[in-house]
Design a protein around this ligand. Structure first.
Ligand code: ZN
Length: 199
């Protein structure tokens, strides 16, 4: 859980421990009722996140934790994508629900899948990032460097990055459990709105 701690700290705090959002690091370890994520239950959370009822979020606080948690799982390849589930359970189809063209792995979903490519393109254009990688592994590496510090632009980057990852994952789940689908435009609008910007 050390990586979770570091990643979350990078995403929540500035690197000097000053400023940032007013969330105490220790809050991560608090029980959920007190606004934390209860790290002891991380495994259970991961399982629960694949079920529909988890998407009906009750509070902004809870929603923030879930976004950070999904980000962490995506970073460390612990999201329950079909390729991962198929290691311990027989599932008939491991193809990507978004493009139907590739096996749905984390690397694919957040990197080479059309939904990722189009949204990262919008993301990098909006932030005027001249060079932005196309592979998930490289995107992560670039992000760990870019997410350091607490400059205004860095925080905009972190917020946008988290929103892209969260919305791609949520879209994938919505297609399975809700039988709904958003277009790239609709997804991007939700990403922008998640960041509190005016679409
Ligand atoms: Zn795909």
């Amino acid at each position: 859980m050390k990586e979770l701690d570091t990643l979350m700290r990078n995403f929540i705090y500035d690197s000097n421990g000053r400023g940032g959002k007013k969330i105490k690091r220790t809050a991560l370890c608090k029980p959920k009722e007190e606004g934390g994520i209860d790290l002891k239950n991380c495994v259970e959370w991961n399982k629960a996140l694949t079920f529909k009822h988890m998407w009906a979020l009750e509070s902004k606080q809870e929603s923030l934790w879930i976004k950070l948690f999904i980000l962490w799982l995506a970073f460390w390849k612990r999201l329950n994508n079909p390729d991962r589930i198929s290691m311990y359970m027989n599932i008939p189809d491991v193809s990507c629900l978004i493009c139907n063209e590739n096996e749905e792995t984390i690397d694919h979903l957040f990197g080479s899948c059309s939904i990722a490519l189009e949204n990262w393109d919008k993301f990098s254009r909006s932030l005027e990032l001249i060079i932005f990688p196309k592979e998930w592994k490289e995107i992560k590496e670039a992000t760990l460097i870019k997410a350091k510090g607490n400059k205004f632009a860095t925080n905009v980057f972190k917020c946008g990055f988290g929103a892209v990852v969260y919305n791609i994952w949520q879209e994938c789940n919505a297609r399975v459990y809700e039988r709904t689908r958003r277009s790239v435009e609709e997804l991007w609008r939700d990403i922008v709105s998640d960041c509190g910007a005016i679409a």
